[in-house]
Structures are given as C-alpha cells and as structure tokens.
Write a protein that binds this ligand. Structure first.
Ligand code: FES
Length: 223
C-alpha cells in the first residue's frame, strides 16, 4: 500500500491508498456522523445517509463511508450543505426512535447523543412528526434485551450475525415503515441458533440491543 495525503477541513492528513474516507477522517479526529458503517464490511451498507461530505471537484456531496481516498483529495466535513443533509437524515432517524435517555442503558454512550451534539439538533426534534412503532421490549434472550422502538435500522447487527458470523439469527423483515430487525418468527425466543457471540450488541450504536446487565445498572441508577 502506498502512503498518500489529502486535505480534510484545511488540514493535511496522511493515509494509505485505498483507505475509506470515513475511517481516515475519524482516525484523524474529524468527526463525521455515522451509524451504519462497519470497518469489517467491504461493501458499505450506506443506509443511514448521515456521513455526507463535500469533495472538491465533485458535483454533489457524497457519503464518506463509500468513498475511497486519493492523493490530493480536498474534503469538507462541515459545510452548510453537508450539515443540512446530515440534519435531515438525522431527524428522519429520530422520527421513529423512542427517546428516553435517562432510562436507557446506552445513555452517554449512544451515537445519537453524539450526533445531536455535533449537529446541534435536539433529540426531540419537532421538524418531523414522531411516528413511534410502539412495539414491546423483547426480554426473552438470556443475554440481552431488544427494543425495536429504539432500533435505527443501521443493519450492523444483521450483517455481523449473517455475513461475518455466518449464523443468521438476526435479519430484516417487512418493508418501508414496517421494516424491522427481527428473528425467524418475529421472536427472540426463537433464537435457537444464536451462538451468543455478543457482536450484535457490541455493534448496536443505540440502545436497541443492550446487555441485560447494562439495563440493570441503569435501572439501579434511576431507582
Ligand atoms: S455511515 Fe455512511 S451512510 Fe451510514
């Protein structure tokens, strides 16, 4: 691999040819909102649409998780256009996300809180009507809970379970607003083939998949 340099937000950065822009930016301290990207994933999902950046010479903003860096590339991560796109994508995610940070085991470690701070957007956004799914919390798995009302459909857990671990316990089901991460038969009680590798929970950027001990610690804290 050849070392090359590029400019991100007016600063020169060195990286390896072929690296993905999102990881280069994050590694060098330039935060770009993201929830669906996974380093292990060779073909990015690019589903959350949060990681827009502008690149000199490009006709329109592009997603940093799908962009391979090249020598001399000039990248802007915080222009008005970029932030407008990121805010719209973020508020759409929030429109189906059940916000109850004070009672969530992911409080202060949640990617949505980090993004809200970065974009100066309230977690209870008024721009889009809140459309909660109102689905019950599933506590049937011995290790973790699954709250579909908090899931942002980033697909990290599905990809790790299906493509990396070759288990396939978790998958997407239904379409459009009804889309869900679920298991065969829509019940975590049906997780007979789960190997308890814990990767899905570790990768969840929000509080949708939470180890039961994290949930308990939060409950004790709030008691
Ligand atoms: S991180 Fe790039 S689209 Fe989700």
């Amino acid at each position: 691999m050849k070392a090359i340099s590029l400019i991100i937000d007016n600063q020169k950065v060195s990286a390896q040819e072929g690296d993905i822009l999102l990881w280069v930016a994050l590694k060098n301290g330039f935060y770009i909102p993201n929830v669906c990207a996974l380093k292990e994933r060779a073909v990015p999902f690019a589903g959350c649409r949060l990681c827009f950046v502008e690149i000199e010479g490009y006709p329109e903003p592009v997603t940093a998780c799908t962009e391979t860096i090249r020598e001399g590339m000039v990248v802007k991560t915080k222009t008005a256009t970029v932030q407008k796109l990121q805010r719209a994508a973020f508020e759409l995610i929030l429109s189906t996300h059940h916000v109850n940070c004070g009672h969530c085991g992911k409080n202060k470690k949640c990617e949505l809180q980090k993004i809200a701070l970065h974009l100066k957007v309230r977690l209870r956004s008024k721009r889009f009507r809140l459309i909660p799914k109102n689905l019950p919390l599933d506590e049937s798995h011995p290790l973790f809970t699954y709250d579909p009302d908090k899931c942002v459909l980033c697909g990290r857990c599905v990809w790790l379970c299906r493509e990396q671990q070759k288990v396939g316990t978790l998958n997407f089901a239904y379409r459009g607003f009804e889309m869900l991460v679920t298991t065969f038969g829509d019940s975590l009680a049906g997780v007979a083939n789960c190997t308890q590798c814990r990767k899905c929970v570790d990768a969840c950027p929000v509080g949708a998949l939470l180890f039961k001990e994290e949930q308990l610690i939060r409950e004790e804290h709030n008691a």
